[in-house]
Design a protein. Structure first.
Length: 191
């Protein structure tokens, strides 16, 4: 087995790749990227030190989007359209903003709106979710494509970590619920 995916079980970016790798033979290597000694080891594999990382033989691939591109090519599937990638970018924006707020909380920093860095995240999240909810209403998440996988990974992770209540975005919840019983979605649920 030449392919190894480095990641963690809760990570929303790693989960996207685990779902895309469904049907591919690969080894999953768990990394605690926030633990000093594991991080030092991991630094030997990637200067970015973020999850996921995928290696295929001698080839290392650092970022989930480049990994996704690699997996689509490997499975001889079409690359996502620009419209799908725009949806993924909006999901990323929410995911990254929630990660910043989560890291601030873990660092015991108060995340109030009067600090510019937090104001930006706290406004970006509802703005993107409102737009994504509108896209869901228009049927943009009807198939389990890359954007739908990213959206499901975001919602399940944010709920698992108790970071966000999505009840103001019922069409997004509906997308997540539609695929909740799909085998690979169940198998990769955050833990
Ligand atoms: N743009 C990156 C984001 C990945 C990311 O933020 N991963 C988080 C875990 S969900 C991480 O590794 N954080 C560790 C760190 O920031 O050092 C991707 O798409 O792969």
């Amino acid at each position: 087995m030449a392919i190894t995916l480095y990641g963690s079980l809760p990570s929303p970016y790693v989960r996207r790749i685990r779902i895309l790798l469904d049907g591919v033979d690969y080894k999953f290597e768990q990394i605690n990227v926030y633990e000093d000694s594991a991080r030092a080891e991991y630094a030997k594999l990637t200067p970015i030190k973020k999850l996921p990382l995928l290696t295929d033989g001698e080839q290392s691939i650092f970022d989930s989007h480049i990994i996704a591109q690699y997996v689509f090519a490997k499975k001889q599937q079409a690359q996502p359209s620009i419209d799908v990638l725009n949806l993924v970018s909006a999901v990323d924006a929410v995911t990254d903003s929630l990660i910043i707020l989560f890291m601030a909380k873990r660092s015991e920093i108060e995340t109030s709106e009067d600090k510019l860095i937090f104001k930006l995240q706290l406004t970006r999240i509802p703005d993107c979710l409102t737009w994504l909810n509108e896209q869901a209403k228009q049927g943009k998440f009807e198939s389990l494509n890359y954007a739908t996988i990213a959206l499901i990974s975001l919602i399940d992770w944010a709920e698992f970590r108790q970071l966000y209540d999505f009840s103001d975005y019922p069409d997004l919840i509906k997308v997540r619920d539609t695929f909740a019983e799909t085998e690979i979605i169940k198998q990769t649920y955050p833990q």
